[in-house]
Write a protein that binds this ligand. Structure first.
Ligand SMILES: [Zn+2]
Length: 134
């Protein structure tokens, strides 16, 4: 089949399925620190590292799909998220480690996004109900 139009296709890091970019959810590693900063932290080998207190999230859900940084795509299937959490495929794709609490946070946002894209009907049903009742 010839490719119709100019579809941007991306691969889900969990199941390896190639899908239209818009159907996938993008995760992005936000470049909040420059490499020099990281190197300094590693070589100085301080005991309680300050970044644990000032915890800033490195990986975020990119709803717009336009955030700068290394990105990885996942289907809007919860099973795919669970999969990458277990096999660390997302961490490999983004080349960073993701803390458990960060995963929890990402999972919440992911689920929210999945719910929104899969069932926009909740609001619609309410509206329809109103129409029928009125
Ligand atoms: Zn997938």
């Amino acid at each position: 089949m010839a490719n119709q139009h100019k579809q941007t296709r991306r691969t889900c890091v969990a199941c390896r399925a190639t899908t239209d970019k818009r159907a996938l959810i993008r995760f992005v590693r936000v470049a909040d620190k420059n490499p020099a900063e990281y190197a300094a932290e590693r070589t100085s080998h301080k005991e309680a590292p300050s970044h644990q207190k000032n915890y800033s999230r490195q990986v975020q859900l990119d709803v717009s799909g336009r955030k700068a940084g290394r990105g990885a795509y996942l289907c809007s299937e919860k099973s795919c998220f669970e999969k990458v959490r277990k096999n660390k495929a997302l961490e490999r794709a983004l080349r960073c480690s993701i803390a458990a609490e960060e995963y929890d946070q990402l999972a919440r946002e992911y689920e929210q996004l999945v719910c929104e894209s899969k069932s926009p009907s909740a609001a619609e049903l309410a509206r329809v109900g109103t129409v029928i009742n009125g």
